[in-house]
Design a protein around this ligand. Structure first.
Ligand code: C2E
Ligand code: CA
Ligand code: CA
Length: 871
């Protein structure tokens, strides 16, 4: 028998030292170490309990002047858990039972001391367990208390229910929210607590889901149609076996957050309207267009259901719709509205706003019947609830009204109304400005001869354009055009002829300019224009060389004379050539002078710009002619089977015969793609390959299949498959031998539509290889689904495979990947015997590269058909 702690401390309450000896002897005999103290009186016992702090008390029953029963009473009062065993010679059965009742742990007769040790050890064991139990219970109580106080402080309702839906806990907030008492709820199931519908909903919607999935469930809901919003979180509380034993629920009132969120969304909508309309105000000079744009923006960006602007006649009090946008405009805006107080139609929001000359809104037009007349009925029928009317002013007089309808009730709060009032103020400002512009300042801002804006206005607009371009990080171009020989015309044919020429040129410029409002006459013989949002300087050059050039160089018939008109142009770009209107204008002028000096048609401020733009335009033009003049040729490069050495197919590679030189595709394909010319050229390649194949067949040869490279621009055409099919049909009956090579990145860019296209191509008997494989990001799951026949390992990996472990492992991975997917693998760009040796070891299927053959012209390739090459 082992004791947890030795020596054990035994307090003996015994008057006889001899008996003491006997007892201790018995205990020590069993090998137990003891510390021992003997006491005889009550006060000694009390002291010893404190100072000696025994593990166990052994007590004689009958003591002179002090009884065992007293000793027990003292002990229990001081140390309730202390093991207490009577050891007595005289104790009868009855007393013993009595003693146990009073709290003794056990009793032993002195003539049966053999029982002593087992009794002691059991008493100690029980005492220890009691203490542990008590500690555990205390801990449990503490946890429980902590849980409760935690739950009570939670800013929401909390409950716990078991897997069957029986509530085991609810917090005070829960109780007060539902007006129930703990007794009515705890221990009862959902069905006992709630009406059947709600109980079923709770159980079905969340409880069961949490129990079954073991996953938390979150819901945002409004039990009372938006008056309150709750976020409830239901989570599993697992038992020891990991199964969901309980489901905890916390529900927080998020009405305020929700309202904030909605308010924020509403405000940002209105901000969007405000900034949209402000930028329209900056751009638009025409009253009608501004109104239309304002209505459109209110509906599209502000999410208003309907917006309209009406002109107000302060004499008749009529409001005539001038511009509108949204749903229901036809029904709602039939006929004029009125601000007359004496008819229902005029008593609504609109009439009140116009009469009071301030914004008026109604957050629920369903409430006030009678006022507003037919329009209100119509608006209600269309589902509108909130309405605001904002008067528009010109020189302090109300001249119109902007009305906006929203489907939600309570749409307008102070903040929104303030923003919208600002908005109406901005529109009024624009009206004022336009009005002035129309009447007083026309001459100050326009050139009376051509009707174009003058320099002052142009500078103003240019600044505004720059402001927008800066915000949106756009590039813009300023173009100045000097009318050549205007002075000469003036002097030789008279001023009138000169003016007519000038007007005609101005009109032509305006008609071809992308944005006719941004054209001006800024000096006697100088026109100017702004192009906004350009991507490349060549965009500008294309415009100037294309439509602009054609229109402006055509002869101008004036007074029966045909005058040659021509312009010299100078271009400055924002932001590269200047950040403000003055600088740009100065630099465009410098560019203009440079062009004049060099007798160029146009010049960019930055010389390099002119050079690169000119170069790419030059090549562009040359390429355009190349197709017409049949300057493109196809060379063919064979692919051979690594095992048999036979030529399995050949790749068609385009070259450009530009005079003496044979230009490689890398130098012109990108430009063809940029300009879209690749569509024509690509189609030509397909037709040419088909024709060559047909010709070889007709000559009785057995040409291998021909693989044609396809550019992204081609593949993107919706009718790409159709075009290929047409070409095949036109090439005539019989086998066409056509395959296509498409780069990995191209396929992956638009995988869904491409899969369909590839399927259709394969239906036509066309084999497809993924070109440049390894350079893109193929998703393996797609790769498996792609209807392709082969992968071509990109040349860069073949080039590095011999020297770099990385290259080697990429190549070997691609090969085994391809084989797993049942695809052929072709290595392109094989140049050395060592590469060939390694590829053979890796079980690559086909090789292509200078080691086998360079791409060969039409006349030379036929010699390789049927030839077995040593691969
Ligand atoms: P690509 O499809 O990867 O074609 C392989 C290129 O590698 C060809 O260059 C070929 O001449 C070259 N090449 C072949 N074997 C070796 C070799 O052993 N070593 C080295 N260093 N190069 C080798 P090329 O003909 O200059 O064509 C370049 C790219 O132009 C082609 O790359 C392809 O993307 C494109 N291309 C060529 N023809 C056409 C065409 O008709 N249409 C379209 N869209 N693109 C084409
Ligand atoms: Ca290729
Ligand atoms: Ca390649």
């Amino acid at each position: 028998m082992a004791f947890a702690q030795t020596p054990i401390r035994i307090l003996l309450v015994e008057d006889s030292p001899l008996d003491c000896e006997l007892i201790l002897h018995e205990i020590k005999r069993s090998g137990i170490e003891v510390d021992c103290l003997r006491v005889e009186t009550g006060s000694q016992l009390e002291d010893a309990l404190l100072e000696f702090s025994p593990d166990l008390i052994l007590c004689d029953y009958s003591l002179p002047g002090f009884s065992g029963a007293e000793a027990l009473a003292i002990t229990r009062s001081k140390a309730p858990d202390m093991p207490f065993i009577f050891v007595s010679g005289t104790m009868g059965e009855e007393r013993a039972v009595e003693a146990i009742k009073l709290g003794a742990t056990d009793y032993i007769l002195k003539d049966r001391l053999k029982r002593l040790v087992p009794a002691v050890s059991r008493a100690l064991q029980e005492a220890r367990e009691r203490i542990q139990n008590r500690m555990a219970q205390a801990a449990l109580r503490e946890t429980e208390e902590r849980f409760r106080s935690f739950m009570q402080h939670l800013p929401g309702r909390a409950s716990v229910a078991d897997a069957e839906g029986r509530y085991t806990y609810v917090n005070d907030r829960w109780l007060s929210a539902f007006g129930k008492s703990e007794m009515d709820v705890v221990g009862r199931t959902h069905s006992e607590v709630w009406p059947p519908e709600r109980a079923a909903a709770l159980l079905k919607a969340v409880h069961r889901e949490v129990v079954e999935t073991g996953q938390p469930v979150r819901r945002v809901f409004t039990p009372d149609q938006g008056e309150h919003w709750w976020l409830s979180h239901h989570f599993p509380i697992p038992a020891e076996d990991g199964k969901t034993a309980l489901v905890g629920t916390i529900a927080l009132d998020v009405t305020e957050q929700k309202a904030q969120e909605e308010k924020f969304a509403r405000l940002s909508r209105i901000h969007a309207v405000l900034s949209g309309i402000n930028s329209a105000i900056v751009r638009i000079r025409d009253r009608q267009r501004l109104f239309e744009e304002a209505c459109r923006i209110a509906v599209e960006h502000g999410n208003f259901g309907l917006a309209w602007i009406g002109r107000y006649d302060s004499q008749t009090l009529d409001v005539t719709p001038e511009a509108w946008s949204g749903i229901g405009t036809e029904e709602l805006l039939r006929g004029k509205a009125t601000a007359r107080l004496d008819v229902p139609d005029g008593q609504g929001v609109l009439g009140r706003a116009l009469r009071a000359a301030r914004p008026v809104f109604d957050n629920d037009i369903s409430l006030q019947k009678g006022v507003g007349g037919r329009r209100r009925e119509e608006a209600l029928r269309l589902g509108y609830r909130s309405l605001i009317a904002l008067p528009l002013f010109e020189q302090r007089a109300v001249v119109g009204c902007l009305a906006m309808f929203a489907k939600e009730p309570d749409f307008f709060t102070d903040e929104e109304v303030k923003l919208l009032t600002d908005l109406a103020g901005d529109i009024s400002f624009a009206l004022e400005y336009m009005g002035k512009e129309e009447k007083l300042t026309y001459l100050a801002y326009y050139d009376p001869l051509t009707g174009l804006p003058n320099r002052a206005l142009f500078l103003d607009r240019l600044s505004q354009e720059l402001y927008i371009a800066r915000q949106q990080e756009h590039k813009i171009a300023l173009v100045l055009g000097d009318i050549r020989r205007l002075r000469f015309v003036n002097e030789s044919f008279g001023r009138q002829t000169g003016d007519a020429l000038l007007c005609e040129i101005a009109a032509r410029w305006k008609s071809v300019w992308p944005d006719s409002e941004n054209v001006a006459r800024i000096a006697a013989d100088c026109l100017a224009g702004v192009i906004r949002d350009i991507k490349e300087p060549s965009d500008v050059a294309r415009l100037l060389e294309g439509p602009m050039h054609d229109s402006l160089t055509a002869a101008v018939p004036v007074d029966g004379k045909e005058l040659g008109a021509s312009l010299t142009l100078g271009i400055a770009l924002f932001p590269t050539d200047g950040g403000d209107a003055e600088t740009l204008l100065r630099n465009a002028d410098a560019a203009l002078n440079k062009a004049k000096k060099h007798s160029e048609h146009y010049a960019f401020y930055q010389t390099e710009m002119s050079a690169t733009v000119a170069e790419s335009l030059l090549i562009e033009n040359k390429l355009r002619r190349a197709l017409e003049n049949r300057q493109f040729v196809l060379h063919y490069q064979p692919k051979v089977n690594l095992r048999t050495g036979s030529v399995t197919s050949m790749e068609a590679l385009i070259r450009w015969h530009d005079g003496e030189t044979l230009v490689p595709p890398a130098q012109f394909i990108p430009l063809l793609e940029e300009t879209g010319m690749i569509l024509d050229v690509g189609q030509w390649v397909v037709r040419k390959a088909l024709a060559d194949y047909r010709q070889w067949l007709d000559q009785g040869l057995q040409p291998p299949r021909i693989a044609v490279n396809v550019s992204n621009v081609q593949l993107k055409q919706p009718n790409f498959v159709q075009l290929i099919q047409n070409a095949i049909v036109q090439a005539g009956d019989g086998p066409h031998g056509l395959d296509l090579e498409i780069t990995e990145s191209m396929i992956m860019e638009n995988i869904k539509t491409n899969i369909a296209k590839l399927h259709a191509l394969r239906e036509l008997g066309i084999g497809i290889a993924i070109d440049d494989f390894g350079t893109g990001y193929s998703s393996l799951s797609y790769l498996a689904k792609l209807p392709v026949n082969a992968l071509k390992i990109d040349r860069s990996f073949i080039a590095t495979m011999v020297d770099s472990a990385d290259g080697m492992s990429i190549v070997s991975t691609i090969i085994s990947l391809a084989h797993t997917l049942n695809l052929e693998v072709i290595a392109e760009g094989v140049e050395t015997p060592e590469q060939r040796r390694l590829l053979m070891l890796l079980k690559c299927d086909e090789l292509q590269g200078y080691l086998i053959s360079r791409p060969l012209p039409h006349a030379e390739i036929a010699a390789l058909f049927n030839k077995v090459m040593s691969p």
